[in-house]
Design a protein around this ligand. Structure first.
Ligand SMILES: *Cc1c(COP(=O)(O)O)cnc(C)c1O
Length: 405
């Protein structure tokens, strides 16, 4: 268990100014600087407050269902004839994905700050549902911004949020999807910042959000690292996860960053093809830029117009990647690969057939990579893949795509 000679200790990242090397930072309107500093301060204090950390532990266990299993996928391993494949079962959490870890942490933080109104934005709806659920549980007012197009595609999720007492506001600007919903949520926050906390759903946006979201998901990797040592007596050879904004991936990877023997691989959405508008693989077709608060890799035109993106999974369909991932990619500590729509759909079906688990389409991108990679690795090597969420939400979509084949 050697330590990499990384020039930076992950524990000290980001810097005071919110930078991961050249990435991250606070590129926001002046009016948001004070609330962001206050949030940073409140977060630092909460981390030292035993009341807060114990309450968080309590909700993660009793409400969300932690710890999650590290599950040996025996039939999938047999099929691949290579590395032993383990899944970190975040799909078994309440509301169906890892997102609840962060939603609970931030909702409790908001409460501690005396804020009684929560706003959030959602694309596929997973983050909206996690946020609406914990707001119901804690008695907080909840407003969710969602693109009109996403509301149409995810009407059942919209109803689910409303059942939990959330107000879902439709956003009809631009492509009418996640990016526009984020803009509306930011506008709301600027206006109502005294009463309102904005729960960002991925490791994205201005400092301190990428750090806060990462920290609330670090429990995924802390558990997985302990569990694999318990089960196998050693560290894994490789750990992989799908990357939208990058929260489930950094949550799982963080505990392994200093283990130089462990390869870390993030999997982006390759969509239909690596052509502008056809994918969401920022490291394949993107460039350095600034979007919605942070400097990072972005899919954009030569003039800096944000490209349209495409992925079969709404949760990976975003033009920017979390700044911490860009940083560790430069250091060659996290590698990136991608899975196409087609590969993800195949992996989705393979996991159903071999293990009886229906994964989210986002997750299926990571699984597609795991299946490919396991076949390249020697038998007895160990591969952990994050099963970030369950696929109930995607079953109708997959049925439509596969038709009656
Ligand atoms: C939202 C979501 C993702 C993508 O978001 P990250 O921040 O990259 O983790 C992946 N898997 C599931 C199940 C999701 O709901």
């Amino acid at each position: 268990m050697s330590t990499t000679n990384m020039p930076f200790d992950p524990e000290n990242m980001p810097s005071e100014s919110g930078h991961f090397g050249n990435y991250g930072g606070m590129y926001v309107p002046e009016t948001l600087m004070t609330p962001l500093f206050e949030l940073n301060e409140a977060y630092r204090e909460a981390q030292k407050d035993e009341d807060y950390t114990n309450t968080l532990k309590h909700y993660l266990k009793e409400f969300a269902g932690r710890p999650t299993n590290l599950y040996f996928a025996e039939r999938l391993t047999d099929k691949c004839q290579g590395a032993k494949i383990y899944f970190k079962r975040e799909d078994l959490l309440h509301t169906g994905a890892h997102k609840i870890n962060n939603a609970i942490g931030q909702a409790l933080l908001a409460k501690r700050m005396g804020k009684k109104r929560i706003i959030a934005e959602t694309g596929a709806g997973q983050h909206g549902i996690a946020t609406a659920s914990i707001c119901a549980k804690l008695g907080l007012k909840c407003v969710i911004y969602m693109g009109e197009e996403d509301m149409r595609r995810q009407s059942l999720n919209v109803f689910r949020m409303r059942l939990c007492g959330a107000e879902v506001r439709s956003v009809s600007a631009g492509q009418r999807t996640l990016k526009e919903a984020v803009n509306e949520a930011m506008r709301d926050w600027v206006t109502n910042v005294r009463s309102t906390h904005y729960i960002i759903g991925s490791a994205l946006g201005s400092h301190p959000f990428p750090m806060i979201v990462r920290d609330f998901h670090r429990i995924i990797g802390e558990e997985a690292r302990r569990q694999i040592i318990e089960k196998e007596g050693s560290l894994p050879d490789e750990v992989c996860a799908c990357v939208g904004g990058g929260s489930n991936a950094i949550g799982l990877f963080f505990a392994f960053l200093k283990d130089s023997s462990v390869k870390l691989t993030g999997v982006e959405a390759g969509g239909r093809a690596i052509k502008s508008g056809e994918h969401a693989a920022r490291f394949a077709g993107g460039r350095l830029g600034i979007l919605q608060g942070a400097k990072t890799w972005i899919l954009q035109s030569d003039e800096g117009q944000i490209d349209a993106t495409h992925s079969v999974s709404a949760g990976l369909d975003y033009a920017a990647v979390g700044p911490e991932h860009a940083f560790y990619r430069d250091l060659e500590r996290i590698d990136f690969d991608r899975s196409s729509d087609h590969e993800a759909l195949n992996a989705f079906q393979t996991l159903c057939k071999t293990e009886g688990i229906v994964p989210a389409l986002e997750t299926a991108h990571g699984i597609a990579y795991a299946i490919k990679r396991a076949q390249e690795l020697p038998k007895k090597s160990l591969l952990i893949c994050n099963l970030s969420g369950r696929g109930d939400k995607d079953v109708q979509e997959v049925a439509n795509i596969l038709g009656n084949k």
